[in-house]
Write a protein that binds this ligand. Structure first.
Ligand SMILES: Nc1nc2c(ncn2[C@@H]2O[C@H](COP(=O)(O)OP(=O)(O)OP(=O)(O)O)[C@@H](O)[C@H]2O)c(=O)[nH]1
Ligand SMILES: [Mg+2]
Length: 334
């Protein structure tokens, strides 16, 4: 997303940049103002107190965008592929949102700077919003923040939202599984295929992209992955992950990736999977928010006397910790 402001009056820009006027921000975002979109995502990212209001204002636009996740090891070519996919989607006339998620770092770090450079091609295109996010301070972590940010982009009229996450652990798997279609990127010779299985990434991949196919070992990686897909048990009509080769750095294989995404999208619609996935996603979202609220309430109990009273009782053997936990939960509910 371009944050250049030279054409806007300074006062108006300042007011949007710091505003908590949710109806105004949503109205401007609906009209395509990139600063309002940026501000709303900042409110989401920082877990601002107006977040429920933001979510409320955006609820009517839920489900309008196709959400595509891209995950894979650091440096495998996610941002390069995203950049090329944006180009292909723009050529089809779509408005596109990009969220580059950094789950590991609480601050905006070097990788994100790299993303900016690699997605620079679209920085001045008004039909493209690009945004990096970290989990800084958000109650429910990224699994709660990401879908909200997707909603902001949906509200801003994006037809497709691409979500890039580094695939190195459970949190990332969770974020990737928030997508309608998930691409897992691999590169030859990184031992990636084996690692993918270990990390549980095989289960979330709808499309495998063997990127850097200009390097030795691409055939072997394709074979490995196809072998693993063949081992998986699949009922009739179940989706069989596609394997696509690409050289993202040269823009090669991007049409094949887009075709695989389209094919998966068709399958989702045909099998009512889109609705099912989105309900699963909504359930995870509700759970993450509810757990965040619970955690905050437990935190406030910890400051007060309830928890210490229970702790003293457990320590002296007056009650057991399960009974104490029940009591604590009962207090939280009241
Ligand atoms: N040889 C080769 N290099 C590539 C290809 N695609 C991307 N690269 C290079 O690989 C490096 C990393 O690419 P990125 O797109 O930043 O990878 P990433 O997965 O987004 O990296 P992180 O966000 O840091 O995890 C860059 O130097 C790219 O130019 C490719 O198809 N072939
Ligand atoms: Mg990247």
């Amino acid at each position: 997303m371009s944050e250049t402001v030279e054409n806007a009056p300074a006062a108006a820009v300042g007011s949007v940049r710091r505003s908590r006027d949710v109806p105004m921000l949503v109205e401007r975002a609906r009209a395509g103002d990139p600063r309002a979109v940026a501000r709303l995502i900042t409110l989401v990212e920082s877990g601002d107190e107006v977040l429920p209001q933001v979510a409320g204002a955006l609820a009517p636009y839920a489900g309008q965008a196709q959400v595509v996740g891209l995950t894979g090891s650091p440096g495998v070519g996610k941002s390069t592929t995203t950049n090329e996919l944006v180009r292909a989607l723009r050529a089809r006339g779509h408005r596109v949102g990009v969220l580059a998620i950094d789950p590991s770092s609480p601050f905006t770090g070097g990788a994100i700077l790299g993303d900016r450079v690699r997605m620079q091609d679209h920085a001045t295109d008004p039909g493209v919003y690009i945004r990096s996010m970290s989990s800084r301070g958000h109650l429910g972590g990224l699994s709660a923040a990401t879908p909200q940010a997707v909603r902001v982009l949906e509200g801003a009229g994006c037809d497709v939202v691409l979500v890039e996450t580094v695939g190195v652990g459970q949190a990332e798997v969770e974020v990737a599984s928030l997508a309608d279609t998930t691409l897992v990127l691999l590169a030859p010779g990184m031992g990636d295929a084996i690692q993918a299985v270990k990390a549980g990434i095989l289960e979330i991949a709808d499309v495998f992209v063997v990127n850097k196919a200009d390097r030795d070992g691409a055939d072997a990686t394709v074979r490995d992955i196809q072998g693993m897909i063949a081992l998986g048990e699949r009922g009739p009509g179940e989706w069989r992950p596609q394997v696509v080769r690409a050289i993202a750095a040269r823009g090669e294989g991007i049409d094949d990736i887009a075709a695989a995404i389209d094919k998966h999208r068709g399958w989702l619609e045909q099998h009512d999977e889109l609705r099912r996935r989105r309900e699963t996603r909504a359930a995870a979202e509700i759970e993450a928010i509810a757990l965040g609220v619970l955690r905050a309430r437990i935190g406030s109990l910890r400051d007060g006397t309830e928890l210490s009273t229970l702790a003293a009782k457990v320590a002296e053997g007056a009650i057991d910790p399960y009974a104490a936990a029940d009591e604590l939960l009962a207090q939280l509910g009241s």
